[in-house]
Design a protein around this ligand. Structure first.
Ligand code: GDP
Length: 203
């Protein structure tokens, strides 16, 4: 898919404020500092579209970007940043949970995982929560330029193995590097293929 236009529309704190135009939505989510802003910028070929955060976890909004006048890229706030209060975290969790479970136009969540790390308990917990709540998701291993190739494949292999302890099937998996522009075509083609499958609802 060719990205012709990207426009920041708005940041919302409530599901009720989100657009009502029924355009399909593709959401990006992961722990703070996972490389989400860098990935979004890389996908859209815009250096500062999503801010590469100086202070991790600062974004607290459901951010809407309109792509090609056709679909929304949703930048969700980073999960699990330690320096927020319990009540802030609870508010955020409520917002994200209602968005993920109730937003009818959400097509799929791109759940980002730092490829340098061994499987993290909170990533696995979040993934299991999405599964239990029927939230469709795929996995994106970020920063793939960082680990050595062997370590990268080992980390991904271990992640898959751990998931298969509780899951019957594995989701779609993408491997990306914002620095090397790796995985861009694959993700955009995947979004394109899902867009092709959407049959407009009759009024
Ligand atoms: P966010 O908090 O999830 O939005 O993460 P950012 O995009 O702000 O990235 C967090 C840090 O990881 C920054 O220092 C980025 O430069 C770095 N980073 C992000 N993506 C990559 C990548 O693909 N490769 C490498 N080597 N570093 C990355």
């Amino acid at each position: 898919m060719f990205i012709k236009s990207t426009n920041y529309i708005a940041g919302h704190t409530k599901l009720s404020q989100c657009p009502k135009d029924q355009r399909p939505e593709f959401a990006f989510l992961g722990r703070s500092n996972v490389g989400k802003s860098s990935l979004i910028n890389m996908l859209c070929e815009r250096n500062k579209l999503a801010k590469v955060s100086q202070t991790p976890g600062k974004t607290r909004l459901i951010n809407y970007f309109l792509i090609n006048e056709n679909w929304y890229l949703i930048d969700l706030p980073g999960i699990g940043y330690a320096k927020v209060s319990k009540s802030q975290r609870a508010d955020w969790e409520k917002m994200i949970n209602s968005y993920l479970t109730q937003r009818k136009t959400l097509q799929v969540v791109f759940y980002l995982i730092d490829s340098r790390l061994k499987p993290q308990k909170n990533d696995l917990e979040f993934i299991n929560w999405m599964g239990a709540n029927h939230v469709p998701f795929v996995l994106v291993f970020t920063k793939a330029d960082k680990p050595k190739p062997r370590e990268l494949s080992q980390n991904i292999k271990t992640f898959k193995k751990t998931m298969l302890e509780t899951w019957e099937d594995l989701p779609e998996i993408f491997i990306t590097s914002a620095n090397k522009k790796q995985g861009r075509e694959e993700i955009l083609n995947y979004i394109h293929s899902l867009l092709q499958e959407i049959v407009p609802e009759e009024n």
